[in-house]
Design a protein around this ligand. Structure first.
Ligand code: FMN
Length: 378
């Protein structure tokens, strides 16, 4: 094999060769100068592991308890919107692979597949919503989420407005996709991809729509922009209202400041996710990893989870050692679906889980509660 896939980073290089430029750019890119994208990865190098040797780790396990359930690994699939522009039916592929591997899968509110169809293939899926201060819209969306059977709702807080992704502007990527010669030429540069992910699925199943925002479904390919209510008015009062009406688990994603963690705890949230959206929203934000320890202190017994830049088993172990309860990973799982569909995602999950399991032995850790003293900032 010329370029075998040995780890999560390898999926990116491979997927780049398969996808039209603007679709790959949409997945890989970040906001403005992509400083956050880079520093999310660099942050992991600021911490080093401190192994303890000759520990009998034969009984070690990657299992973890999050929200009262035992999962097979401490990582999850992060919510990613519009995945069907890259892989037809990606949402259900990722959901199925996660169910088979017993890790959490989060369906994005900006997905191109109805939430009811996704929870049908993975009954323990979590749902991520983008909310506005429009109470009536929120209520009908939340009602639908509950009726579909979701019991964990994540509200994403770092998207007050759309980000400045200049890379998308340069490549001609828009959401929804606006038909243009540039887009057509880009699609035609990958004819096999175009046929199996665009032409054939649209001919057989029809045009995918953004169906989970609330309001009228919007087609994936359209001249119109997304007509969304403004979100920059969504505030702690709005969140309190959601807390009052949603009786199940409620998690806030996209926060970094320990004071916001304290507010979330005081509002009775069930967890928070330290995240800068993988560097896709405000550029130059501090890397979530660097905030995990302080955020965990502010959270008390409320779980702090994290994402942005996690690629290696050692990254996962570092995040857990700093106090994260669970980590989320985005881009690599979508690239894995590009490469091998559901089997590709299963392969990616397996690679990461094997890294964690191997590294626990090398670190001298039997379970994740052993990790707290095994890290140093340098
Ligand atoms: C293509 C793409 C779409 C995304 N869409 C959403 C979304 O709809 N909702 C959300 O909360 N986060 C979204 N995110 C952010 C991810 O949930 C996650 O925070 C981020 O990807 C983690 O960083 P990583 O890709 O470096 O692992 C998206 C990320 C990507 C790459």
């Amino acid at each position: 094999m010329k370029n075998p896939i040995l780890n999560l980073l390898d999926f990116e290089k491979a997927a780049q060769k398969r996808l039209p430029k603007c679709i790959f750019g949409f997945i890989q890119g970040g906001a403005e100068d992509e400083v956050s994208v880079q520093s999310n990865r660099e942050a992991f190098n600021q911490y080093k592991l401190l192994p303890r040797v000759m520990v009998d780790t034969t009984e070690r396990s990657t299992e973890t308890q999050t929200f009262g359930r035992t999962w097979s690994a401490p990582f999850a699939i992060a919510p990613m919107g519009a995945m069907a522009v890259a892989v037809a039916d990606a949402d259900r592929m990722l959901a199925r692979a996660a169910a088979a591997a017993n890790i959490p899968f989060v369906l994005s509110g900006a997905s191109l597949r109805r939430m009811e169809d996704v929870i049908a293939v993975n009954e323990s899926s979590w749902f991520q919503a983008y909310l506005t201060a429009q109470v009536a819209d929120n209520l009908s969306l939340i009602q639908r989420v509950e009726n579909s059977g979701f019991r964990t709702l994540i509200i994403t807080a770092d998207v007050a407005v759309g980000a400045n992704r200049e890379n998308d502007v340069r490549n001609g990527y828009t959401s929804p996709l606006r038909p243009s010669f540039k887009l057509l030429a880009d699609g035609l540069s990958q004819p096999r991809w175009l046929l199996s992910n665009f032409i054939r699925p649209i001919l057989t199943e029809g045009m995918p729509h953004f169906e989970n925002f609330g309001g009228e479904p919007i087609p994936m390919l359209s001249r119109a922009g997304l007509r969304l209510h403004r979100r920059d008015n969504f505030n702690w009062e709005s969140l309190k209202h959601i807390r009052d009406v949603w009786k199940h688990r409620l998690v806030l994603k996209g926060i970094l400041d320990p004071e916001d963690v304290t507010r979330a705890r005081e509002l009775g949230l069930d967890g928070v996710i330290a995240s800068n959206h993988g560097g896709r929203q405000l550029d130059c934000t501090i890397a979530p990893l660097a905030m995990v320890e302080e955020m965990s202190r502010a959270a008390g017994s409320m779980p702090v989870m994290m994402d942005s830049g996690v690629r290696r088993g050692t990254d996962v172990l570092k995040a857990l050692a700093l106090g994260a309860q669970h980590v989320f990973i985005g881009r690599p799982f979508l690239y894995a679906a590009v490469m091998g569909g559901q089997a590709g995602v299963t392969q990616a999950i397996g690679l990461l889980q094997a890294e964690i399991y191997r590294n626990m032995a090398l670190l001298g850790a039997v379970d994740f509660s052993d990790l707290r003293s095994r890290i140093r900032e340098i």
